[in-house]
Design a protein around this ligand. Structure first.
Ligand SMILES: Cc1cc2nc3c(=O)[nH]c(=O)nc-3n(C[C@H](O)[C@H](O)[C@H](O)COP(=O)(O)O)c2cc1C
Length: 174
């Protein structure tokens, strides 16, 4: 049930050594290409990273809050083509990333979104510049997020929803 899945999904930042089978990664990839996109444009691309050394390097793209990438078994960078969809590519990338988080949780994987566009590297330069270099991705691509993946080291606690008080407006705002 989808309702169970959204309670199960948590940001998981510590992973076991169990490798992720290629078919499992492929299932996550498949999910992304079922996601809606503005004008049904095919503007989202995925860059998949595997291997300890490359994941360690990838985790350095921002100066903090990216250490989980080095602990994972794989990571997926969600790219969006700014030329193919100038107005909507970032929204399309965010939906794709959400599909990754949910499909990963459904497959028993842990995952964590890593923010790119408002982050800085160790020299206080925009982290996206360093990330484009590490991955060798052309500038026309926005890199919306890097999502770490791995089997959770510990069973995550179910999601406690945020406080709805004053946040939901049925027809008018008080
Ligand atoms: C847009 C976005 C950016 C995030 N950026 C980071 C990040 O850079 N590093 C990190 O460790 N977690 C990041 N997170 C994960 C959040 O910290 C996490 O979703 C939040 O604390 C709620 O916890 P939950 O995902 O377990 O429900 C991000 C999540 C979102 C949606």
């Amino acid at each position: 049930m989808f309702t169970d899945l959204i309670k199960k999904r948590r940001s998981v930042r510590s992973y076991s050594d169990k490798p992720i089978a290629r078919e499992t990664l492929q299932a996550i990839v498949d999910a992304v290409f079922h996601a809606p996109t503005a004008k049904n444009l095919n503007d989202v691309e995925l860059f998949i990273v595997e291997g300890k050394e490359k994941l360690e390097e990838l985790s350095t793209f921002r100066k903090n809050y990216a250490g989980h990438i080095a602990r994972g078994q794989a990571a997926i960078a969600v790219l969006s083509d700014t030329e193919a969809s100038p107005g909507n590519n970032r929204q399309d990338a965010c939906i794709a990333a959400t599909y990754i988080l949910l499909q990963a949780a459904d497959l028993g994987l842990g995952a964590c979104w890593t923010n790119v566009n408002s982050a800085f590297d160790e020299n206080d330069q925009p982290a996206t510049i360093k990330l484009h270099k590490i991955l060798g991705v052309p500038d026309k691509y926005n890199i919306e997020t890097v999502i770490s993946l791995g089997y959770p080291l510990n069973e995550p606690k179910p999601k406690v929803p945020r406080d709805m008080e004053g946040k939901v407006h049925w027809g008018k705002m008080e």
